[in-house]
Structures are given as structure tokens and as C-alpha cells.
Design a protein around this ligand. Sequence first.
Ligand SMILES: Nc1ncnc2c1ncn2[C@@H]1O[C@H](COP(=O)(O)OP(=O)(O)O)[C@@H](O)[C@H]1O
Ligand SMILES: [Mg+2]
Length: 284
Amino acid sequence: MTSTDETDAVGRPMPQFPEPAVLFGHGPARIIAMCNQKGGVGKTTTTINLGACLAELGRRVLIVDFDPQGAASVGLGVNANELDLTIYNLLMDRSADITEIIRPTAIENLDVLPANIDLSAAEVQLVGEVARESVLARVLRPVLDDYDVVLVDCQPSLGLLTVNALTAAHGVLIPLECEFFALRGVALLIETIEKVRDRLNPRLEIDGIVATMYDARTLHAREVVERVHEAFGDNLLHTVISRTVKFPDASVAAEPITTYAPSHAGAHAYRQLARELIARGDAA
Ligand SMILES: Nc1ncnc2c1ncn2[C@@H]1O[C@H](COP(=O)(O)OP(=O)(O)O)[C@@H](O)[C@H]1O
Ligand SMILES: [Mg+2]
């Protein structure tokens, strides 16, 4: 890959990510879990906007809302509180049909498997199931050939739902906010990922850590990404997502930033993240 004259937030040469190839067929999907047990770090924002950018590139994308808060559903304009059938029904009822629960969004190529507060009961109800860690993997299987990428927006915990996401996934993307205490908890997250890899899902890879809510004007934010780079090396992706009020604004409008403010720097950042993941082989 050729590099530009620019450097990334930790001084590495910034590669020129190639224009992704046009896909002429779809599937089987690569499943990526967006995971960090800390809340408010940008998991949902990254899921929605990365999903929208991959869809913009002609990839068929399914976003799995796997948080009872339902923020990914709402952020894509799906009012999951009014739905009779959500991912909860799919997890609990073997006769439920995933194709009847998946909803289209206003974005071409982007669908969502919605969640609402019902999902909060699943954690407890799944405990008694056979192969309780691989329920999500099982229920997604029938549609994997229809998509190129499945993004699973995890809840902020390392409980059974998140373990299900890690068991279903090919890769994990870790959004990390550029705050002093961000690194706390990442060791535990990586330990959990390694346990799932050893016991349940040998193919599971860490796709990368994406720094979010970055403010280039503060020494503090730069120090945080430096520390992440020291600790995790090239797991730190080149793309960083800056802090901007356009993201909360876009989620109020229930749109990805790519349609809400298509030429804003925040939209470009997620487009770059999509190209970086494709260049790394982490997405089709
Ligand atoms: N880069 C960013 N700049 C500013 N605000 C952001 C950014 N990313 C996310 N936010 C806002 O921060 C809050 C938490 O983000 P969210 O993606 O919901 O985190 P999580 O899913 O990890 O809990 C939301 O209000 C969101 O709009
Ligand atoms: Mg969230």
C-alpha cells in the first residue's frame, strides 16, 4: 500500500487506502462484533456509521442490535418499541423466522435486526439453554449468504449476550474513547476475547482498536492514543474518529452521518475506517 505524506495520530505514515473493489456477488458475510464493556465509548455510533459507509461501497450490511437499549435500531429510524418481533423472539423461539424480523433502513444495502428492552430478559432466560453461548451464531446462519458484513452492536457488559456475539463473530472491533481511563478494562476485554477463542470460537480475531472522540487540540487525547499504541501496537487502527457534535445530532435525526452531513469530516472518517478494514481484509 502506498502511503501519503501525512501521519496518523501516533505519527505512523498514513497509508493511502485503495478504492475498494466493486463486488459482483454477495456473501458469505464476515461477522464483526463491536465490543467494549464500557458504555458511551462509540460502539453504536461506530456500528451505524461504519455500516452505512460499507453499504455506500455497495456492500450488503446487516446491523444486529444486540443491546436492550435499542440505540442502533432507533439510530437507524426503526422504532423497536412498537415492534412485536425483535431479536429477542429469534433467540428464544426456534420457530421464529429471521427474515421476518430483519427490517430495511432508509439506506440502500443496509438492514437492521432490531432490539428493544425485551432483550434484557434473554440474558437470564438463555442460561438454561443447551449451547447457550452459540444461540446468536445459530440464528444468524440462515442469512449469512445474503450479506457481506454483519456488524453486532454489543451492550456494555461482558455477560452472556456479549459472549454470544463473540462466539458468532469472525472479528472484534474495539471502539475506545480517548479519555484517560479508557485503557482500564481493555485488558479484561482482551482476556474475555481470548477465553472465547480458546473454548468456543477458534477463528475469532481482534480486528482492531478504533480511537473515538478524539480531540487533536488536546495533549490529553494524543497521550491516550500514544498509550494505546504502546500497549497494543498495530491493533490500533490508523483511522481515528474525532469528537464532534454532528454524531449526537445525526443520532437525534435517526440517520447515519453519511446522509445527515455527507461531507462533514466525521462522515469522511468513517468512510476511511471502512476502507481501512477492507484493506486489512477484515471486511469484503
Ligand atoms: N466521535 C464522537 N464525537 C462526539 N460524540 C460522539 C462521538 N461518538 C459518539 N458520540 C456520542 O456519545 C454518546 C455515546 O456514544 P455511543 O455510540 O452510543 O456509545 P456506546 O454504544 O459505546 O454506549 C452518544 O450520545 C453519541 O452520539
Ligand atoms: Mg451502544
